[in-house]
Design a protein around this ligand. Structure first.
Ligand SMILES: Nc1ncnc2c1ncn2[C@@H]1O[C@H](COP(=O)(O)OP(=O)(O)OP(=O)(O)O)[C@@H](O)[C@H]1O
Ligand SMILES: [Mg+2]
Length: 267
């Protein structure tokens, strides 16, 4: 996770030399199953979206006429310098930030034409979310935090526990089940956050800089888990990163600058 300087300077398409810096993605490539060709099913559709924030000092144009179609099975990475609109784009897709212009649809449903309640329901149904900082219920143990979205759905205690312990096992973090989240390292907490995002079995994992606070070893483990979820479980991943060295692991690469998409390619 060493390429922050690139992300803050003038932005451009990453060169091969740049993307070799940082995590050795080759070693992840070797162990992962092969990438698949992308499907023809658009899951997330962003059409001509603009988002302007009003502040005391005037307005900030966070997104300008952004159009993006994300396909089933993609591992999309959004990159670009600080302040270019990456998080705003994620929030807009998640239904958390209504754009001033344009439309967002999830599987052909215009999310900003729905009621707030229906939109939250749709968000819970489709998305699992991982952010840089996780909000834990501090008094709960790891497994209870991971199972919390299921408790909210009214699922019985023993069923939630069984499901969560299996999930932690799959992610290789079963040993943490009975600890409190605050008793874990940052990297371990991020894996638990990923487990929590997966608890409801969502089709799409959205992660905003999931490796941002981690050292390169923990960051690599986190990325390996995401690659595995994408290739073996065919979950769609939408991730924001500053780290250009990770881009080869994605199947879709979207570069943002000043609220505009300036680069978009796929395998
Ligand atoms: N709630 C808000 N009110 C006003 N301006 C905002 C708000 N949220 C974001 N902005 C502004 O919108 C622009 C885009 O912000 P955004 O958080 O999307 O950037 P980012 O690409 O995620 O940056 P970083 O890499 O630093 O996380 C920035 O100029 C930011 O200052
Ligand atoms: Mg951000």
């Amino acid at each position: 996770m060493t390429t922050h300087s690139h992300a803050h300077g003038r932005f451009h398409k990453p060169t091969d030399a740049e993307i070799q810096i940082g995590v050795d993605v080759g070693s992840i490539e070797q162990h992962a199953s092969p990438k698949k060709h992308r499907s023809h099913h658009v899951v997330v559709s962003v059409e001509g979206v603009s988002k302007r924030y009003q502040t005391d000092g005037g307005g900030v144009q966070a997104l300008s006429d952004v159009t993006l179609h994300l396909y089933s099975g993609e591992f999309a990475m959004i990159y670009g310098p600080s302040g270019c609109g990456k998080s705003t784009l994620l929030h807009t897709i998640l239904g958390l930030e209504e754009p001033n212009a344009g439309a967002v649809s999830i599987r052909d449903k215009h999310i900003y034409e729905m009621s707030v309640d229906d939109r939250s329901k749709l968000r819970r149904q489709y998305f699992g979310m991982v952010f840089q900082q996780s909000n834990w219920i501090k008094a709960f143990r790891v497994w209870e935090n991971v199972g919390y979205p299921l408790f909210l759905e009214g699922r019985p205690h023993h069923e939630v526990k069984k499901h969560v312990l299996g999930l932690l096992e799959r992610l290789g973090i079963a040993e943490f089940a009975y600890r409190k989240p605050m008793q874990l390292s940052g990297g371990q907490q991020q894996k638990v956050a990923l487990a929590r995002a997966l608890a409801t079995n969502p089709r799409i994992i959205v992660a905003d800089e999931p490796t941002g606070n981690l050292d390169s070893v923990s960051g690599k483990e986190m990325i390996e888990l995401l690659v595995k979820l994408n290739r073996e479980e065919h979950r769609m991943i939408l991730m924001v990163t500053h780290d250009l060295s990770l881009l080869p692991l994605a199947t879709r690469r979207v570069g943002l600058k000043d609220g505009h998409i300036i680069f978009d390619d796929h395998d």
